[in-house]
Ligand binder design. Structure first.
Ligand code: ASP
Length: 340
């Protein structure tokens, strides 16, 4: 933990293997806090955590709130629909208002890529002691989702020791609307950073060939890659081939609200070609877990039967693990502030 250097959490391309280890170890430590007699820890008592969600959210916003409360922080929630945005205030002025109120950690979701990064630059250049935690920006990044997925997979492969080492040389297949997915991008950095090889599968319109080179070394804007050896990324258009010998599969929703135009007209054909079902999973050749970040569109990217089969899907594990993962991130950012 002494090696933790991030004052903001914006994007997993900056994470080292040690960072993944630190987050997963803390997640494991925090997993059962709510089962203890006090149900919480005093770790962040007195800190103010502000959740600013400019885009709708069910899982992420609620689990950041629960995570903050389990660490005894004070929590403030902003919702775009009931704010002064409707009176013409700009989002920047709204954000600055919350910073002026003394937010120690500002958890932000915004539909525009890079808003959290620009905000982090702003607070740094104005020497404001607020940490920015990206809860999803446009197509770009969703680091807490990437980390909770990593924990979920690491715990699946070895429940007694959910370490990022468990991902080494695993084949993880990600199917669906990769182009519009910040979850896929964060998973690509995290999973390749832990040595997994990724097969991406989807139609060209939702998975351009350029994704094969998505993980650059060094990552954009950095002079060295914090990861020594990354796993590889492959593109496979046929679901049958993409699933062959997979160790785990993740499927993604068609993110229509992020599409410039309607890119798919025939959802039945899409489901037949790319939908995960008990039948298509047979192509894996063994029993493999299925992940989905939610929200799920039943009958499109995944069959209803598979959503209801929790002997195969890890959807509720992902939701459950979201809380201790976000506790770990808030704790790591909050530690510095506590020792001021
Ligand atoms: N909940 C995830 C996100 O915020 C995935 C999705 O919306 O499909 O990106």
């Amino acid at each position: 933990m002494n090696n933790w250097k991030h004052n903001h959490i914006l994007d997993l391309s900056t994470f080292s293997f040690e960072d993944y280890k630190t987050v997963l170890e803390l997640t494991e430590r925090f997993k059962d806090v709510h089962k203890s007699s006090s149900r919480k820890l005093p770790a962040l008592q007195g800190l103010l955590i502000t959740n600013l969600f400019f885009e709708p959210s069910t899982r992420t916003r609620s689990s950041f709130e629960i995570a903050a409360k389990r660490l005894s922080a004070d929590v403030q929630n902003f919702s775009a629909s009931t704010s002064s945005l409707s009176k013409g205030e700009t989002p920047l002025d709204t954000i600055l208002t919350y910073i002026s109120m003394g937010a120690d950690i500002l958890v932000i979701r915004h539909e525009s890529t890079n808003v959290p990064t620009e905000l982090a630059n702003y607070v740094d250049s104005n020497k404001i002691n607020t940490s920015i935690l990206n809860a999803g920006d446009g197509f770009h990044s969703h680091p807490s989702q990437g980390l909770l997925d990593l924990f979920t997979l690491a715990a699946y492969f070895n429940p007694d020791n959910p370490s990022p080492d468990n991902l080494l040389n695993k084949k993880i297949t990600i199917v669906g609307d990769i182009l519009h997915s910040r979850v896929a991008r964060s998973n690509l950095w995290a999973l390749t950073g832990c040595g997994a090889n990724i097969t991406l599968c989807g139609p060209k319109s939702l998975l351009p060939n350029e994704f094969g080179d998505f993980v650059l070394s060094p990552p954009p804007g950095q002079s060295v890659d914090p990861i020594q050896t990354r796993g590889s990324i492959y593109i496979e258009r046929s679901l049958e081939k993409a699933l062959r010998n997979a160790d785990a599969v993740m499927t993604l929703r068609l993110q229509k609200e992020r599409m410039k135009q309607n890119m798919l007209t025939d959802l039945d054909t899409y489901h037949q070609k790319y939908g995960l079902t008990h039948q298509s999973l047979k192509w894996c050749g063994k029993k493999v877990p299925v992940l989905h970040p939610g929200p799920v569109n039943r009958g499109i990217e995944i069959s209803s039967q598979l959503v209801e089969d929790n002997s195969i899907n890890l959807i509720s594990n992902q939701v459950e693990n979201g809380i201790p993962t976000r506790m770990a991130l808030l704790y790591l950012l909050g530690l510095n502030k506590k020792s001021l």
